[in-house]
Unconditional design. Sequence first.
Length: 910
Amino acid sequence: MCYQAFSLNGDWEMSYRETIYTGRNNPWETGFLIENAVPGYWEDMTDAFAQTDFYISLKINPEYGIQRYPISKAVPDMALPNISGCFFYRRSFHWETVSGAQVIHFSGVQNAVSLWLNDVYLGRHEGYSAPFDIKIPSGVLHDGENIIVLSVSNIGLTGFNDEMVSGLTNRAVNQYTGGITGDVTLRVYPTALRDVAVLISSDCKNAEVRILADGEVAFTWAVSDGNTVLSSGTNNGDFSVDTRNMEKWRPENPKRYTLHVTCGDIEICRPFGVRRLTVDGVHFRLNEKPYYLRGVCEHCYYPETIHPSHDISYYRKIVTTFKRLGFNFIRFHTYVPAEEYMCAADELGILVQVESPNNASTEEWAQIVTFCRRHPSVVIYCCGNERNIDDQYTEHLRICAKTVHTQTDSLFSPLSALRLLEYAFREEDKPELTEIPFLHHPRRFREVGEFVDLYNSYTLGYTSYFSLAADPEMLDSWSDIYQKPRISHEIGIQGTYTDLSLKDRYEGNRIGQTEMFRSIERHLASKALLHRAPLYFKNSCQWQRRLRKHNFETTRLCKKLAGYDYLGPIDTHWHTFGYDVGMMNEFYMLKPGETVRNVRMYNSDTVLLTDMGTNFNFLAGDMLDINLFASCYGEEAFTAPEVNIRLTKSDMCIARRRFLAENISPGSVTQLYNLRLVLPEVDEPEAMRLYVTLETGDTFAENEWALYLFPKAKGVDGGNLVVCDGMQPEALVQALEQGKDVLLLGAEPFNALPTSFQIALAGRTSGNLATVIADHPLMKNFPHEGFCGWQFRHLLEGGSAVCFESDEVPFDPIVEVVSSHKYAIRQGALFEFRLLPGRLLVCSFHFDQADPAAMWLKDHLIQYACSEEFTPKHSLDAQQLQALITGKVIAAGANTNFASNRNDKATAGK
């Protein structure tokens, strides 16, 4: 360290007022001693505050209110009863003169602080994203007892254009969190040396060492690898170090060296890595080699501590988990990670995008850059998320970009998702918009393109909200508009049912005291569905797993996307009061059915792909025609890798290919093979498995896909069976009373809600999260695993599910469609009843004539309804049938959040 540090942590007197104090006069009057007040969050001190006179005056988060399920419309973020207002802190400390410049250093304050020392006002700092100093003028600090007073507030923080500052450490569970969140120290600098920064050249051949000094300084320096000194010298300013013979830092080999700068008796030791992320057209290069960013969106959720942890071992576990799953990049959503998080990223090897809160001031932005640039893992800086980029904000971004380009060796991205450039246009923007190749704002793209290095692009939701409709060629065709590398913004966002078994993990903390789990349990119990919640969760994870794989593979098929950040790696329940978005739960455990091996198939340096899209059903005897591709971004140069292809049915190989692939270029998507063959004839539907491997040197890539083979539909004569798409209530009742058997291939006359194979978006109340297929003779010959997989893709898309909202009607469908746990609606897409003397079979799937599964199932439904197996378990009388027909259901509110979060006060309505 280049300073001596004297801790001011520990016990402080405290007092409270409801409103912010920004005056220059010392506000201290009287207070109460609070043990271990620094560092500490106010919400963790409530027991101590209860012993004070100001306890009854404390105000809490005005966002905190009634939060419990069911909720049918938009859901607010989780709010906690955090204390809102302003606290004054006071303590004395003994001082004996130490020569040198003096500052009070704050490792963290939320959100703003004013400082008085010995009744002298020293200044005010606003912002919470990075450590900062407040200088002590000469003569203020004296020998003996000194008195320090602080005014800390967590309200009214504004930044750019006097607009609200909003990021994930002051939203939702952290809304109105407050306190001195890090160490407070008195630092004395015996020399002019303050800090050093190591910036790597674009070709990685040298390191520029920037010396931060408050005046002239002479020093010696050395670069070491462990105990071995590689180079050394003396200097009195900035200098360069030859790095040509040093190993490069990269996620696969996070090699670090140490720079030692010694001035008198003090020394700065700065670990650094020789690495540089650069731009090559619309792609990235890391250390001059093609590189693809496989990222996660880190959503600032700490289920056990609520606030960000300062335990580096915790972050080592997280980084190790991400890397084990194939990720090499973390995007921190509108927050600056803890120092310990970045140290773990440096040490274990994962790239980082640091993102400021929305509307952070240019002063706070500069502090963020200075704080983070010492970490080799940090390669991208970004100014926030889903905020409007209007003309005024563009100039703010230009200033922020200049700071990054002059003070770091990293890249600059304006925002995550480009509102007013690529989507979410206002009425006044329309005259300047161009529709080809997609609706965009050409002038703003030109102006922003002058100073940015890359874009975190929304891609119009085709890698998230509408992933089933994604077309890689279409997404690639947009590249000419951006003319920069694009990281696809927040791919995924696919929900799952909630895992109620995790409720006990929250016992005793403030999240556990909310109604999130308890109200869901009560709600499901009122619908007689609570006992099925574990099955819903398991099946929902299987649905999400399939869509995630397709989502990643579609993104990797794009030749002109440079990476993605995936939302999300874990469930983050601060968002929308329950956000089951992860491939893992919030404790970093993979959800049921998911494995590391499966994730690595589509989330690795080299990934094998197909052009099947979402069509996995095939007709027996038809020609199978599939193109196979490889997306290759590994360190190793490929020389004729061996490719193996196997297509199996009932564990028997029906096609096999083995060959040496040629012309595979690193950093590209290359077609490997066109697989063509005539599919065999079958009497009953069968599942097939396509398994492909690529192997060369140390590289092994594999992938697999489930395919389904259906015999040709023959058209079945139903005899006296009444078969129709729907019936009027009177006609249906009449037919059943006449003893007829009725097969409805649609939902009419029942109340129904639409279905899709696009799983419900995480956190929302609308859409569906799972399916359940009962053990029933009707489905015994249709290949399934107890839920609707890809073989149901076209059956669900455009179909519907009948609502069983009347408690008079037995709910026991053959195929159940499971709505959100936040607003449970009992639904069935296939069910049967006996209505003496008639029988009723209803299937509300979509019967697309081009879908082999739909045509086979239609025949099979008719055969079943004409067979002796058609023996419905449950009977309805006329009153119950009428209740099923007329049962009222209030549909959940449709999703309105498309990369525009109404719960973020900094962006809502803008």
